[in-house]
Design a protein around this ligand. Sequence first.
Ligand SMILES: [Zn+2]
Length: 237
Amino acid sequence: MEFDTKCVLCSRLTEDGGHLFFKCKHVRKIWESMQLEDQRRVLEGCCSSEEVTQQIMQMKEEIQMKAIVLLWHWWNERNRVREGDKRREAHDLVYVIEKNAVEFLRLGSSSGAGNLTRLTNALQAEVRACLNGAKAAAKQGVGRVIMEKDSMVLAQAMKDNSYRLATAGGDILELKNFLNENFISCNVAFVPRSCNKVAHALAALGRMCPPEIDLAWNGSSSVVEELVASDNAESIS
Ligand SMILES: [Zn+2]
């Protein structure tokens, strides 16, 4: 039996890990655009995947995260192309990789430290918050929902299966099933945090209040009015 070992991205040479991740002309463009050419050269010279891992673990946190996310996206890209999808342009992938890397670092630090264990917990926290919101909406009899998340990672995880093997994969599946079973339609959209300033300010306000306090207002509260007014003023300018 003969196996086709041609690189699915450039149709040349024998595809192995070294070629796919570091030497293929298409992936080189990505390393270069992300100013990671020095790191690519070091990794290209490694003799085994263990050595690649060791080199990556020695990188500074920010660079390390970019490299890891790049490798992960490139593997997904290779699989997409192998299944018949069109290869995306380097600048489109670079945009997604840079965004994801920043977000992973933010998720890691907001949950206490920049390591991967805590990072998946933060993603899980996002997923569970989303599930609770969905349950509340279903209880109210809402049929069509649009979920706006400031987490690009979660928005993406809801659209494809790229997170099925992640620690949060089970929670994500539970959320997807709940949305499918309880709503006529559901869209999950990525919206930058700045677009939901009022909601975040209100959530922060609620978190500061003792649990027994009644958070309902008669009429609109001056706090809310000020928040909305400042948000409107910003969107005009
Ligand atoms: Zn190639």
